[in-house]
Ligand binder design. Structure first.
Ligand SMILES: Cc1ncc(COP(=O)(O)O)c(C=O)c1O
Length: 435
């Protein structure tokens, strides 16, 4: 009997059986060494010497819950403001640490409800913000419903905690196929003010569903949120502190959020840790009240040591300019690849996070309720045979690349070449047509 209950990113296929990792590679149970191509939680790859040294030292630290004070937690907060938020202290006021991106978003949205006295939430189409409480509610990709998916309409779905308004997404893609993407174009934000006037907060992320930073979209919505009394939560769980090629994706626009959530690589990929950053204004609005909702493992000493170590490595190894430079190479090569493959309908991305979307069924109607491997998972399976772990966005048609930020030029080229060859699988299905 299989004791471990598992979930999966690539639907309908076996997950790679990882037994170890070094640098930008995974070691698999079958003895192979494969590139780690889609791992938003692993910015430093595997076994980074700086992280290993910091965590060896930290393992002997005492267990101090969030209810007691711990000097290393104050230090991690200082490091976040000095290194990550340098230049942003005009608006950024304070931070609280927690355990996961989902939890950070749930904490941020609960706080927004408490501060505004409104229950409804606003997000954009095709968002993913997590699988906990309010973060699950604002996850609008239908298959990440947090319930049980089964074929033939037998899925069992959970109930939402709060009503959700769904804003139209931004447009921007680097490449779109001549036959189109099947998306309705240019929806505009006419309906946004009415939605925001009812919502406690608008939460926006910068990768999910293949939508990346768009300054005009962000600034327009930020202005509308403020004018209509909703807080703006920037979900930088994927993009914050590395992957966007600048400290935060939102820095591409002029507007600044009320709350920022961080997670994924915040602990260098070695420890589960996340954070909620509040603006001075939000901190001021909380004055005179107790935020009495302590968590046993939040701000754990090991996690705080990992945050400080990661931020110093990010600065000392100049990883942000490195990501920005690699972004140009990914943009150019992915466009070439897309033009060669008729199965590709859209490519978009930023820094070291790129989405390749394939022609195929409409994602709006899929609950992950089919037993067979969708086309994106079949491409990922081929990539694994060829030597790279590539993820799908859990959808039928979306693949994403998010290699470690420390990837070398030759390894990046190898990853792109493997993607290129793997897409032949999707071309064969596409060229055969619907029948
Ligand atoms: C944009 C975004 N927000 C939040 C989350 C949730 O983070 P976690 O998986 O750490 O709970 C994710 C996870 O993929 C994400 O992509």
């Amino acid at each position: 009997m299989q004791r471990l209950l598992r979930t999966g990113l690539n639907a309908g296929t076996e997950a790679p059986r990882v037994v170890g990792g070094e640098g930008v590679h995974f070691l698999l149970a079958d003895g192979r060494r494969v590139l780690d191509g889609s791992n938003t939680g692993g910015p430093l790859g595997h076994g980074h010497p700086g992280m290993v040294a910091a965590l060896r030292e930290a393992v002997a630290l005492p267990m101090v819950s969030e209810g007691w004070s711990w000097l290393g937690r104050d230090q991690a907060a200082e490091d976040l403001f000095d290194i990550g938020l340098a230049g942003e202290t005009g608006w950024a006021g304070a931070v609280r640490f927690c355990l996961s991106g989902s939890e950070a978003n749930d904490i941020a949205l609960s706080l927004a409800q408490a501060l505004t006295g409104r229950q409804p939430l606003a997000t954009r189409e095709r968002a993913y913000h997590g699988l906990v409480g309010l973060s699950r509610d604002v996850t609008t990709q239908p298959h990440w419903h947090g319930g049980l998916a089964a074929p033939e309409g037998r899925s069992r779905l959970p109930f939402p905690c709060a009503p959700v308004h769904v804003l139209p997404p931004p447009d921007g893609a680097l490449y779109e196929s001549a036959t189109g993407t099947g998306r309705p174009a240019g929806l505009g934000l006419q309906t946004a003010p009415a939605m925001l006037a009812q919502s406690c907060a608008m939460i926006l992320d910068y990768t999910q569903g293949g939508f990346y930073h768009d300054a005009a979209y962000q600034d327009a919505l930020a202005g509308l949120a403020r004018a209509n009394g909703a807080l703006w939560v920037a979900d930088e769980v994927v993009t914050g502190l590395g992957r966007a090629g600048r400290p935060f994706a939102f820095q591409g626009g002029a507007s600044r959020p009320d709350i920022v959530t961080l997670g994924k690589g915040l602990g260098g990929g070695s420890v589960a840790v996340a954070a909620v950053v509040l603006s001075h204004e939000v901190v001021a609005a909380m004055r005179g009240s107790a935020w009495q909702n302590y968590g046993t493992l939040r701000g754990h000493p090991l996690a705080m040591a990992a945050v400080s170590a990661y931020l110093r490595i990010l600065r000392d190894e100049a990883l942000l300019p490195r990501v920005a430079a690699l972004a140009g190479c990914f943009a150019q090569r992915l466009q070439e690849i897309a033009r060669r493959h008729p199965s590709v309908c859209r490519v978009a991305g930023q820094g070291l996070h790129w989405t390749v979307e394939l022609h195929g069924p409409d994602w709006r109607h899929w609950l992950a309720d089919s037993a067979e491997a969708p086309i994106a998972s079949q491409v990922a399976a081929r990539a694994l045979e060829l030597g790279a772990v590539i993820g799908t966005s859990g959808e039928q048609t979306s693949l994403f690349l998010a290699p470690p930020l420390v990837i070398g030029d030759a390894e990046a080229e190898q990853l792109l070449a493997i993607l290129d060859e793997s897409l032949d699988v999707a071309d064969r299905v596409h060229n055969a047509g619907p029948g």
